[in-house]
Design a protein around this ligand. Sequence first.
Ligand SMILES: NC(=O)c1ccc[n+]([C@@H]2O[C@H](COP(=O)([O-])OP(=O)(O)OC[C@H]3O[C@@H](n4cnc5c(N)ncnc54)[C@H](OP(=O)(O)O)[C@@H]3O)[C@@H](O)[C@H]2O)c1
Length: 249
Amino acid sequence: MAGINSANRGRLKDNPLSGTVALVTGGGRGIGRAIAQRLATLGASVAICGRDQKALEDSAASLEKQGSRSFFHVTDVTKAAEVAELVAKTEAALGPITILVNNAGIGLFGPAHERTETDWDRVLDTNLKSVFLVARAVTPSMIQRGTGDIINISSLAGRNTFAGGGIYCASKWGLMGLTGCMAEDLREHGIRVSVICPGSVATEFSGREQKNAAKALQPEDVAHAVEAIVTQKPGSFLSEIQLRPLRKA
Ligand SMILES: NC(=O)c1ccc[n+]([C@@H]2O[C@H](COP(=O)([O-])OP(=O)(O)OC[C@H]3O[C@@H](n4cnc5c(N)ncnc54)[C@H](OP(=O)(O)O)[C@@H]3O)[C@@H](O)[C@H]2O)c1
């Protein structure tokens, strides 16, 4: 199922992303929703995807309220055919994608030796393989146009290890490697590939309780880091941002 809404009032001089098209995976809630909202505020047309149609409808309605052209498509980003359809339909609805935010992800914690093969596949497919699939679908047109921003949402768990983090850390460490190599492959084509590594963010992620939600990062903090990346002057790029709350929870 797909939906589009119109009313592009965002072509004001102070909208630095006016004329751009962003795709945010997992834009229906949490960090992805905050990123989608921020990009819309900056003037981008924004497409979002996820598996929960209701959440997507709600998020897209909120984008529309900001005057953004928006598009949503129910998509499981672990499935190549669904990803290909997502990208084709987004480009048909809004135009060529200039900003891709690979945000969709799941958390699953506990000693790796106690988890199942299905657990491994679910986490690795969602957090790592999906980035390969979506970037692979989006880059040909970016290469053709010689420009683009790809931002992967990793985690401090992609730089650190901790008890019970085995499968999640494996997915995010893998994502760090993929991001670095993609950045090298694509920089000569004018495409900037960046990674953001947030610490704990106050969302519904993995259904876990925050130790102290008031001291955790907020989704808007991650959106702010995305803003910094996409508004960086041409000719340079913020390759990695590590994001921590000021006060420890
Ligand atoms: N929250 C934290 O503490 C934290 C810290 C560091 C990094 N991160 C990373 O930030 C990203 C967003 O996390 P969050 O905190 O916003 O979590 P969240 O609230 O659980 O949101 C996760 C999003 O990913 C989407 N998603 C999951 N599996 C998907 C699939 N197979 N296909 C399409 N969409 C899928 C979900 O949509 P549907 O359920 O509708 O599919 C949802 O929109 C993740 O990559 C996570 O690893 C989170």
